[in-house]
Ligand binder design. Structure first.
Ligand code: IVH
Length: 729
């Protein structure tokens, strides 16, 4: 076991101990009015708990005392639950799920596992007497909660009366447990309106659910789109379920919302499949989830296993690695994109989110910064969902100390100093108007055109592009726009000097001898000491060789490389696929362009507009003269590609050389196949590029043919691999 594991286990143990202790102190203070510790001692325990949760956010759960501030308020009346509301034992690895399963096997051998989603909301307890909702309460400390009946009455999906149904007569007493949640889709809007009203935004949908439910005035709750899903029963008279799934069938029959995603499975391996499936789909759901709950389905077995003081032995919660963490927003800077857009971005105190280090996050535009209500110096919630770009969810308003300051959008371009302006009236985005030679815009365009979805020029990375347009004084930039990129000569490159930067921090490296920034010629070796002769470095030779090779790339890549606003790989493929000739694209009318599938009026206008600019057309002409391909031989206009994958369903995962996720999907569709997001027994093939994850294992298990990333183009040409006739059943 590594030191890290040991540290984590120690932290977990201490966390559990503290949580139980604090909960007990709260109970004594609020309910018995007989506290046994001083306020200062209570605060010390609480701070220790907060410190542990800051270091290990995965230990923080909905029922942690840190989440229960003001549980017993003056606004809501305390109520005792009919039966204690238990919590769940959290586990953080598959190994721990297996250990739990092995531990319960002697009692539960052969019993099905019920897998369901762990909804990140607020637990509530509903009591129905004679089929009528008589009370709703928050969980509180599990024994006593707060009466939120009037607030819950405003949640449309919670029935006031139970419906009798065939085989499920309405029981005389029913205590239902479930989760009130705030739909993810409405969360951003809610925070925007909070900020607009001068109120603090919520850090996440769970806090939004709690805040919305615990409104003093239930009319306030009614305005929030709260929803509810039932996940268990408490006290019960007049109905005897024999399994958890049986109780869900009854709840559903009576008109209570039950999750559509629960699944009964036979083996622990099936449990892992469920965990993987919803690990991949967790962002496609209406509510946030923070894990998977596994319950033994049989109620007799549940009873036999019983519970500890806090958690049942018959269930376990597998927690996903956290995708949201708190960190400091050190600064907000502005970057200039390849189409001139000025985008504010957050400079963060580096943190690990979902397994990777995050140091920057986009903030889109000044309106977004204002709408999110973030200030420089704030503690912020940072989210990185799957392979999505990191973003700031919200500030932690409670952590402010008054030193935070508002962000103001600069008036001039940070790269070239020209005044920023909206491209059109009413546009929220500001742009640098110096499109041709703003070094920032040109650097980004060059990096894009040399990248994977355009010419794919090996050895022409971001630093090389920077060196070409922003060399160190006194050398002059070799390129003033991208027209000359295919005419670069070695002698142009040899004198280019750049500052050496630390790849991690981005800060200039200091030469210990001169105590100045370390400067090197980027494309040339040190001059020969004797002869003074200057030789190119390998990267320069290879970059020029590669620039030569990529001139024959297909037309859509050339179109994409022009950095026309709104034209990405998908639109470029649509244009090249339709016209197969750059000149025909240039000559096409706006109507003709707009009529193409995948183009439409906005893109058509942008394309037309782009070609009216002299220096834009000059780019195309210089590239043409340099030998860049401006025409695809096949297919003829209107003619389809051979439908080699007709009727197939293909899943794409990992990095495919020369393609983005979108262009790979478009290429597969152009061959007549459907593209699906998850592997099932019906998948015809999995295209698995580098770093393919759980989809690969699943395809192997189901016997789905796997196509390696480097064989992708052969796959497009030849169709499904031989010998894998799909089962006629
Ligand atoms: S069952 C005795 N099922 O997670 C079983 N709880 O960390 C107790 N939660 O307080 C709960 N989704 O608020 C159960 N599908 C689910 C759940 C779920 C979310 C919450 C619940 C509980 C907390 C424990």
């Amino acid at each position: 076991m590594s030191t890290e594991d040991t540290d984590f286990d120690t932290a977990r143990e201490r966390h559990e101990q503290l949580a139980a202790e604090i909960t007990e102190h709260r109970r004594r203070y609020y309910l018995d009015a007989a506290p046994t510790v001083s306020d200062a001692e209570f605060d010390r325990l609480m701070h220790e708990l907060i410190d542990i949760e800051t270091a290990h956010p995965e230990l923080k759960s909905a029922d942690s005392p840190t989440e229960q501030v003001g549980t017993f308020s003056e606004v809501f009346t305390p109520v005792r639950h009919l039966e204690k509301m238990l919590s769940l034992q959290d586990v953080f690895s598959e190994e721990e799920v297996r250990t739990w399963a092995e531990r319960v096997t002697p009692e539960a051998g052969g019993c099905a596992y019920l897998c369901e989603l762990k909804i990140d909301g607020l637990a509530v307890d509903l009591v129905y007497e004679g089929g009528r909702l008589v009370r709703a309460a928050t969980r509180g400390d599990g024994v006593t909660g707060e009466d939120v009946s009037a607030n819950v009455a405003t949640i449309a999906v919670v029935p006031q009366r139970l419906e009798p149904a065939d085989g499920f007569p309405v029981p005389s007493l029913l205590e239902v447990r479930g989760e009130v949640y705030f739909p993810v889709a409405d969360f951003t809007k809610l925070n925007e309106s909070q900020v607009a009203a001068g109120k603090a935004p919520f850090a996440n949908p769970r806090n939004a659910a709690a805040g919305s439910l615990r409104q003093k005035d239930p009319a306030g709750t009614a305005e929030r789109p709260l929803s509810f899903i039932a996940h268990g029963l408490g006290a019960l008279e007049g109905f005897v379920p024999d399994s958890q799934s049986h109780s869900y069938a009854a709840l559903e029959a009576w008109g209570l919302p039950v999750s559509p995603y629960y699944k009964l499975v036979e083996s622990v391996d099936d449990v892992f499949d469920y965990i993987h499936e919803y690990g991949g789909r967790r962002h496609d759901l209406v509510h946030q989830i923070d894990g998977i709950v596994v319950k033994l389905d049989d109620i007799v077995i549940q009873r036999r296993l019983g519970a500890t003081s806090r958690t049942p032995r018959w269930a376990v919660a597998y927690k996903f690695p956290p995708e949201e963490v708190n960190t400091r927003l050190l600064d907000i800077k502005v970057s200039i994109g390849r189409t001139g857009r000025a985008t504010p971005y957050a400079v963060l105190e580096p943190v690990t989110v979902a397994g990777s280090e995050v140091e920057f996050a986009t903030l889109h535009n000044a309106d977004q910064v204002a709408a999110k209500g973030v200030k420089i110096g704030d503690t912020v919630v940072v989210r990185k969902a799957g392979d999505v770009i990191p973003e700031i969810v919200a500030p932690v308003a409670a952590a402010r100390d008054g030193s935070e300051r508002d962000f103001a959008m600069p008036e001039t371009c940070p790269e070239c100093g020209r005044a920023l302006a909206p491209a059109a009236e009413g546009d929220v985005d500001l742009r640098c108007p110096n499109a041709r030679s703003c070094p920032g815009q040109l650097r980004e365009r060059l990096a894009y055109l040399s990248g994977r979805s355009c010419f794919d020029v090996d050895r022409m990375g971001y630093i090389a592009c920077t060196a070409l347009v922003q060399p160190l004084e006194p050398s002059e930039p070799v390129l003033r726009d991208e027209a000359g990129v295919f005419d670069l000569r070695m002698e142009d490159l040899l004198s280019i000097k750049v500052v050496v930067r630390d790849p991690d921090s981005g800060l200039p490296k200091i030469d210990p001898k001169t105590e100045r920034e370390k400067v090197v010629t980027y494309f040339a070796k040190q001059p020969d000491k004797k002869t003074g002769e200057i030789e190119p470095k390998k990267n320069a030779v290879e970059m020029l060789e590669n620039l030569e090779k990529v001139k024959s790339q297909p037309l859509w890549r050339v179109v994409n490389a022009l950095s026309i606003r709104h034209v990405g790989p998908v639109a470029a493929q649509a244009l090249a696929g339709h016209f197969a000739d750059m000149d025909r694209i240039i000559e096409a009318t706006e109507e003709e362009l707009a009529a193409i599938d995948g183009v439409g009026p906005t893109i058509a206008a942008a394309v037309k507009d782009w070609f009216t600019v002299d220096w834009h057309r000059a780019i195309v002409e210089r590239w043409r003269e340099a030998g860049v391909r401006m025409r695809d031989e096949a297919p003829e206009p209107g003619e389809e590609l051979p439908q080699t994958l007709e009727g197939a369903t293909v899943v794409i995962t990992g990095a495919i050389p020369g393609y983005t996720r979108e262009t790979a999907a478009a290429a597969v569709k152009a061959r007549g196949a459907k593209v699906a997001s998850s592997v099932s027994k019906k998948t015809s093939a999995l295209v698995a590029g580098e770093s393919a994850g759980s989809k690969y294992d699943k395809a192997e298990r189901f016997g789905v043919p796997i196509v390696a990333g480097e064989d992708f183009e052969r796959f497009l040409e030849d169709g499904l691999p031989e010998g894998d006739e799909s089962d006629p059943e």
